[in-house]
Design a protein around this ligand. Structure first.
Ligand SMILES: [Zn+2]
Length: 102
């Protein structure tokens, strides 16, 4: 039986979750693997036209897809209700707006 698109996306999401978990585990041992997992997760997401969940978007650099670990591979700063990530690999910034809870 052929899998539906929703099913494929569900499977892809599971794979992405696993890859990011692995990337975190592997980081101390082998950061090269972490970067590989991020790229793989991105490929899987693109294949099924799925956007990477928000919680993982801050875990990698959107310019060079380097796995980001605060104070190790990136610097994190909070400025005017924005979180700014500075990638130490490609020296670029990423900004995220902090949503205020009402
Ligand atoms: Zn980068």
């Amino acid at each position: 039986m052929k899998k539906t698109k929703t099913e494929l996306k569900k499977i892809a999401l599971e794979k992405i979750k696993t890859l990011f978990q692995e990337a975190r585990i592997q980081f101390n041992e082998n950061s090269f693997l972490s970067n590989k997992y991020v790229k793989l997760a991105r490929k899987i997401a693109m294949k099924v036209n799925l956007s990477i969940p928000k919680e993982y978007k801050r875990r990698f650099c959107r310019h060079c897809y380097y796995y980001l670990v605060p104070s190790k591979t990136c610097r994190v700063r909070v400025h005017k209700s924005r979180v700014i990530y500075y990638c130490l690999k490609c020296k670029k910034f990423m900004r995220f707006v902090i949503k205020k809870k009402l």
